[in-house]
Design a protein around this ligand. Structure first.
Ligand code: ATP
Length: 231
């Protein structure tokens, strides 16, 4: 049974004010699929994510999120089942893990089912959690709401490799068990290839290459030389 497209960008151009940063993007994410967006710094990955999340208006082209191509704010998209998480620590540092969850209207039990690591941290101020633990809290809070589309923009920036792997494994599991569609921006290309189904490679605002994770992985050295170095 073909799964539903939870995200479709067609000929999407995006940017800031009058400045076009991304051009002619065709990107699709289906339910249950983990799709990675990779590219050097400044390639336009975050700009793409912000546009899909409703934070930036498309300059031209079409973006359809969860079946609607009418432009909507992030708050509206969130109610329909979009979740947008970034590298920015979005937890409230002075509140405990439990209170951060409570404030988000999320049950601690449900969050601990996503990341059992959080159980021992419930009483601890979020500001005293490690970066990885804070991102577990962020991701648990997002996944407990059963989103249909998760946009994760460098969730694991600056974290140790084993934490990156742990976060990505949980994202992969949510795609498999909850039919979540995921668009993932990550610097850790090899880690991403381990969990992604498909990959889009961006350079200077355009998708230069797309393929299955296996296809991109088989040619990774050439892909890195051609597209992932800065400049
Ligand atoms: P990185 O990995 O460094 O975050 P990226 O692929 O996510 O890179 P973007 O952040 O989308 O790239 O940036 C793409 C281009 O858009 C860059 O040239 C950047 O300078 C420009 N840009 C980013 N944010 C803004 C902004 N708020 N206003 C104007 N230009 C911006």
């Amino acid at each position: 049974m073909p799964s539903t497209a939870v995200l479709e960008c067609q000929g999407l151009s995006a940017g800031y004010g009058g400045t076009v940063v991304c051009r002619g993007l065709d990107i699709t994410v289906r339910s249950g699929e983990v799709v990675a967006l990779i590219g050097a710094n400044g390639a336009g990955k975050s700009t793409t994510m912000l546009t899909v999340a409703g934070e930036l208006a498309p300059i031209s082209g079409r973006v359809s999120v969860l079946g609607s191509d009418k432009r909507a704010s992030l708050a509206t998209l969130a109610k329909r089942g979009l979740s947008y998480v970034t590298e920015e620590r979005s937890v409230i540092m002075g509140l405990t893990t439990a209170d951060n969850l409570r404030l988000a209207g999320v049950s601690a039990e449900a969050a601990c089912a996503v990341f059992p690591e959080l159980r021992a941290l419930l009483g601890r101020p979020a500001g005293l959690l490690s970066g990885g633990e804070q991102q577990m809290l962020t991701l648990a809070r997002a996944l407990v709401r059963n989103p249909k589309l998760l946009l994760a923009d460098e969730l694991s920036l600056g974290l140790a490799p084993q934490i990156v792997a742990r976060l990505l494994d949980v994202v992969r599991a949510a795609a498999d068990t909850e039919n979540l569609g995921v668009l993932l921006v990550e610097q850790h290309v090899r880690q991403v290839l381990r969990v992604a189904d498909r990959v889009y490679v961006m350079r200077r605002g355009q998708v230069m290459l797309e393929g299955t994770a296996a296809e991109i992985g088989a040619d990774l050295d050439a892909v890195q030389r051609a597209y992932l170095s800065s400049g």
